[in-house]
Ligand binder design. Sequence first.
Ligand code: ARG
Length: 488
Amino acid sequence: MSDGSEDAAQTLWHGRFEDGPDEALLAFTESLSFDIRLAACDVRASKVHVRGLARVGLLTDDERDAILDALTTTGEELTGGGFAAEPSDEDVHTAIERRVTELAGPAGGKLHTGRSRNDQIATAFRLWVRDAVDHLAGRILDLQAMLLDRARQAGDAYLPGYTHLQRAQPVPLAHHLAAHAWAFGRDVDRLLDARRRIDVSPLGAGALAGSSLPLDPAGNGAELGFGAVFENSLDVTSDRDFVAETLFALSLLGVHLSRMGEEVVLWSSSEFGFLTLDDTFATGSSMMPQKKNPDVAELTRGKSGRLIGHLTGLLTTLKGLPLAYNRDLQEDKEALFDAVDQVDLALSAFGGMVATATFEIDAMAAAADDQTALATDLAESLVESGMPFREAHAVVGALVRQALAGTVTLAEAVAASPDFAGLTIRAGAAGGAELGVASLFEPGAALARRNSPGGAGTAPVAAQLDRLADRIAADRARLAEASGPAGG
Ligand code: ARG
């Protein structure tokens, strides 16, 4: 099976082996087809490693410069598409070292001094994931800012708030949109928090045990802009927590996008009619001419399953591994790359869909003006006049039952009720005008009276939107500080 011939792939370990690797082994174990995306990060880390070797006297200045030049050329070939892969280029690290050795001559053979692919892959991958996290955190902040804009544009528009998907109480549209924006804010927070644990340099950990050579992990880590350096070589060469955490943060972001997607699907249905998708973010049917479909929302919902799958897959891969590096760890990359790509695509399409959709605020108001949605507010007006809440709940419940029987409306039942006789309510904030309880049935009146902080009333929502704007600005500053020149 092994071809063992002269031009067989020359592996990094050929000295120990009589025969070269079988084709099937190469096909099964190669990762260049996907880890080529790490080329720029690997070249960057390799340059820092080479300068570190020269600093401690393991390379002459000439050797250092020859390898650095070769690394630059190899990096350009790899990222510019001009790289000719060899069968022996098992992964991006092997490919880079092979090409550097071709270009730099004998000095190239010193590139791997004091280094293993095990600390090398961990270093390059952490650099890549750190950049990806910064990129996606910025994109989520843009999504939040768009939702905040739409919330401000919504003004006094309101819709039914739901629990159990049953109409519950009217809420401002701005409050509903901001609710999603706050959830996305937690996603940003989670990514920035995970970033601290991504931001640890493994360079200098070797295969598993460090090295007898006088390496300088702290200096190299600082030069790569890492915030910290590994404490334990066994730990850092086997640690993929940073991948799992990132996959979790992206999965939960996916869940948040998915549930908002589900609402877009519902709201754009004829049954709800709360939202009309722009033609540019809707699809049609190949057979049914009348259809306008929310495919972006559905696919966002669908892809959340794929993100959760990547997280579950990696956790399952990790759970049985003894220390330290095991080849299983190579499975971390396709999952993470795909999760990052899918989230990036989803943020563009989903953000565009929400930014361009039209909210049908008349339909929302008509649904929210369903009188029974005011039952809680009616009960609270009795409470304000001194009635225990449980009693008020029962009084209003009985009136709702009358209204549902169909002979009177809830407003008429309230007007005829002795419990409400002579009752007046505040029109807005405490101390404001007192009106008859019938005024509660005016469209939107309940929202003006709902003043508890953080609640779905006109005044608290206005304050909340200001805080949301502050929060977005603060998180943008955190991100800029973490990813700025000092943060790498
Ligand atoms: N391509 C491998 C990975 O992605 C790194 C190589 C380490 N391989 C090894 N046999 N020690 O994990």
